[in-house]
Design a protein around this ligand. Structure first.
Ligand SMILES: CC(C)(COP(=O)(O)OP(=O)(O)OC[C@H]1O[C@@H](n2cnc3c(N)ncnc32)[C@H](O)[C@@H]1OP(=O)(O)O)[C@@H](O)C(=O)NCCC(=O)NCCS
Length: 155
């Protein structure tokens, strides 16, 4: 498996992957294009040697109360490639990228119905916060908010 940053040439493949992984919540082409071109966001892809994209992680950054916060905006791995450590590697690579950008804290939302993803993130060191976002998703489900502090890296 290869891992590297995605670029605009990957737009249609990422759009298809989102549709395959998130039947009701897939990001649309316009949003993915913005994420691929905005310097405050990063998309890392996992690819087969053939070049087929089989997983992606999308991160964004913003300043909040004078600190830079990272957000995991989307994470998906194609069904037949799951439970092989691919998402774990994608999260680690995004955390490294965030660290390089001076990010100290990462936040993410996960559906209150998505136990697999919640357990996955907890295993990666993300902690549940008391916050629940009501009707966060298009289908009306609520979201838990999880976060993680990154260790300080001196330059
Ligand atoms: C959540 C998701 C990204 C995990 O991807 P993955 O590549 O299978 O994850 P990994 O192989 O790195 O899993 C690491 C750990 O997560 C947990 N985990 C992953 N899938 C699991 C499952 N189906 N059941 C229970 N635990 C699971 C396990 O602890 C696993 O460790 P183990 O393999 O040693 O048991 C994947 O299931 C997915 O794409 N789901 C659909 C989209 C989604 O829900 N995204 C997250 C919300 S944005």
């Amino acid at each position: 498996m290869n891992y590297c940053k995605a670029n605009l040439l990957d737009l249609l493949a990422i759009e298809q992957l989102e549709k395959d992984c998130f039947p009701t919540e897939a990001f649309n082409r316009h949003l993915i294009k913005n994420l691929l071109t905005n310097t405050k966001s990063v998309i890392i892809k996992a690819t087969e040697p053939s070049g087929e994209i089989i997983g992606t992680i999308i991160g964004t950054t913003k300043r909040e109360n004078c600190i830079s916060v990272g957000r995991i905006f989307s994470l998906c791995v194609l069904d037949e490639y799951r439970k092989k450590g691919i998402a774990t590697r994608l999260v680690l690579l995004l955390e490294e990228e965030f660290s390089l950008r001076g990010i100290k804290k990462i936040r993410l939302e996960v559906s209150t119905h998505n136990n697999i993803a919640r357990m996955f993130y907890e295993r990666q060191g993300y902690q549940m916060t008391p916050h629940i976002l009501p009707h966060f998703y298009n289908n009306g489900t609520n979201a838990f908010v999880l976060n993680k502090r990154l260790p300080y890296l001196s330059k």
